[in-house]
Design a protein around this ligand. Structure first.
Ligand code: 3PG
Length: 214
């Protein structure tokens, strides 16, 4: 396997929490209360998607104000965005896809990168560069647990964070697969809860995970 210079390896990243919240921040003022609600619920990692104009500012702010939270960036679609999230202080980066340009740039960078894969060819292309951990996206639409079981045959050493369509009802079925150390999902910070600033509700979503003994 080729070496990278990431400050932590992706295998370790995927073991920080069984669920990585995928967070959309529409208003910068919501960033801190969302992160605090997650932390109060026992979650110490979050992925902030680059889908809103304040995403980079939110990453920067939370890196300063929540030093114990591992803050990553999601929806990284280009090398420029990868540079931007690193500059903002992101500690990991996630993409829905795995274009060669992004794979190459991220492998040479300093933070772990989780490329999104959808099939065997995606995995083989990234494996050739050294990647072993992936985002399986969009998990449910691609066939979910049966698809991951099928991929485990030829790709025994590969690990996945399953994301896309993961819910409080189905997440444990993913985590039962040995090649799935964690899943990602937006349900912990549901947009309806964020809109009404229901920080206690977000905390409760996280505490419910602990009760499911994942
Ligand atoms: C995403 O990148 O949108 C994540 O996969 C979240 O998907 P979800 O909203 O279905 O959890």
């Amino acid at each position: 396997m080729l070496n990278n210079h990431w400050n932590i390896q992706a295998a370790e990243l995927l073991r920080i929490s069984p669920v990585i919240p995928v967070v959309v921040i529409d208003s910068l003022a919501d960033a801190l209360p969302i992160a605090q609600a997650l932390a109060a619920g026992g979650i110490r990692i979050m992925e902030i998607t680059l889908r809103t104009p304040c995403a980079l500012a939110a990453i920067q702010q939370l890196r300063e104000q929540m030093p114990k939270m591992v803050i990553g960036a999601g929806t990284v679609l280009s090398e420029q965005q990868l540079q931007d999230v690193v500059a903002a202080g992101a500690q990991f980066a996630v993409s829905p896809g795995a274009p060669l340009s992004l794979l190459t740039a991220a492998w040479q960078g300093t933070i772990p990168f989780l490329p999104g894969i959808a099939n065997s060819t995606d995995i083989l292309n990234a494996m050739a560069l050294g990647y072993r951990q992936f985002k399986f996206f969009p998990a449910e639409a691609l066939g979910g647990v049966p698809m991951l079981k099928a991929l485990a045959g030829p790709f025994a050493e590969i690990e996945f964070c399953a994301t896309g369509g993961i819910t409080p009802v189905n997440f444990e079925s993913y985590l039962q697969l040995p090649q799935v150390p964690c899943v990602g999902g937006s349900w912990l910070t549901a947009s309806a809860q964020v809109s009404r600033q229901d920080w206690q509700g977000i905390r409760a979503n996280c505490l419910a995970l602990a009760r499911s003994e994942v």
